[in-house]
Design a protein around this ligand. Structure first.
Ligand code: HEC
Length: 107
């Protein structure tokens, strides 16, 4: 492989990573608003409408996605999860991934 080809390959790879990163962020913000998450957790993910509702901005994506899956499936079930479960019926596994990446990226 020539040096030029190597540089080209590296640039292309960087571009793909950068572009997909940007797309993910935009999708996350759009999905977060479109699914109504902001109504309870706040537009920034840390100004919940009720003191008993959690701040979710900056949470690790592995944790957030698992909680969303568990609330959706009913595995996590307590007095407060009922508020969110109805919303999760309309949120797919892919959207959960996008949302949890988005939340992890918030300050
Ligand atoms: C109707 C209000 C409501 C809406 C809408 C809502 N949530 Fe929630 N959410 C809650 C409540 C209440 C809890 C806490 C449940 C509990 O106490 O177990 C919660 C918990 C969570 C958790 C787990 C937090 C933790 O620390 O364990 C995450 C992540 C989350 N919500 C993300 C979302 C996302 C993303 C959306 C949009 C798809 C959303 N929520 C929509 C009310 C809501």
């Amino acid at each position: 492989m020539s040096t030029l080809t190597k540089i080209g390959t590296t640039l292309a790879a960087t571009l793909v990573i950068t572009l997909s990163g940007t797309t993910f962020a935009a999708d996350g913000a759009t999905t977060y608003t479109a699914k109504g998450c902001s109504a309870c957790h706040g537009a920034d993910g840390k100004t919940p409408i009720m003191p008993a509702y959690p701040k979710i901005a900056g949470q690790a994506k592995e944790y957030s996605s698992q909680q969303m899956k568990d609330i959706k499936s009913g595995a996590r079930n307590n007095g407060q999860t009922a508020a969110m479960k109805g919303i999760m019926a309309g949120v797919s596994e892919d959207e959960i991934e996008v949302l949890s990446v988005y939340l992890a990226g918030l300050k």
